[in-house]
Design a binder for this molecule. Structure first.
Ligand code: HEC
Length: 146
């Protein structure tokens, strides 16, 4: 039996951003790290890829593709210290459940591949026939041209 292995990819579970990760971020993080600029506390935002992978300074990144160990997001969501943990205890938020934490960890280990919001992904299906380029101008019906 031959199995094609991708480095860093777990055979156990293949994580898909839109299906597995986006719902966690939007449910638990968007209030403070999302599209609403008024609520955003730092440059960190999880609704766009560039904001989620932004340089936090001092060589720190919330998401370091392939390296969950050094991803700030993992340090924060797994922290037992309520002053450090995200989402924050002071906001009355509970710790993420272990399953969600594990998904985020796996996703980062697998390379943290981002996907655009589902509505922007063109539906998969037969490609529509290409529209043939016509010559310059319009064809004039022969009844009018004589
Ligand atoms: C109630 C608001 C709130 C929610 C919800 C929230 N955060 Fe935060 N987050 C903050 C604030 C405020 C800071 C800056 C203060 C600090 O570092 O603790 C922060 C900082 C962070 C940092 C560190 C940024 C840096 O520059 O070091 C990370 C990583 C982070 N949040 C991840 C998350 C994740 C992941 C979630 C969802 C699971 C989340 N946060 C949910 C308010 C929130």
């Amino acid at each position: 039996m031959s199995v094609f292995l991708y480095p860093g990819r777990s055979l156990a579970e293949d994580i898909e951003f839109n299906r597995d990760i986006r719902p966690i971020l939007s449910d638990h993080c968007f209030t403070c790290h999302g599209p609403d600029a008024a609520n955003r506390k730092t440059r960190l935002r999880f609704d766009i890829e560039s904001g989620a992978k932004v340089d936090l300074g001092k060589n720190r990144y919330a998401i370091l593709p392939g390296d969950p160990q050094n991803s700030e997001i993992i340090r924060r969501i797994t922290s037992q210290n309520p002053a450090v943990r995200m989402p924050p205890a002071y906001a009355g938020r509970a710790r993420l459940n272990d399953r969600d934490i594990e998904k985020v960890r796996q996703w980062i280990a697998q390379g943290a591949h981002w996907q655009p919001f589902w509505s922007f992904i063109p539906p998969k299906g037969p490609t529509p026939p290409a529209v043939e380029a016509t010559g310059v101008g319009c064809a004039i019906p022969s009844t009018l041209s004589s």
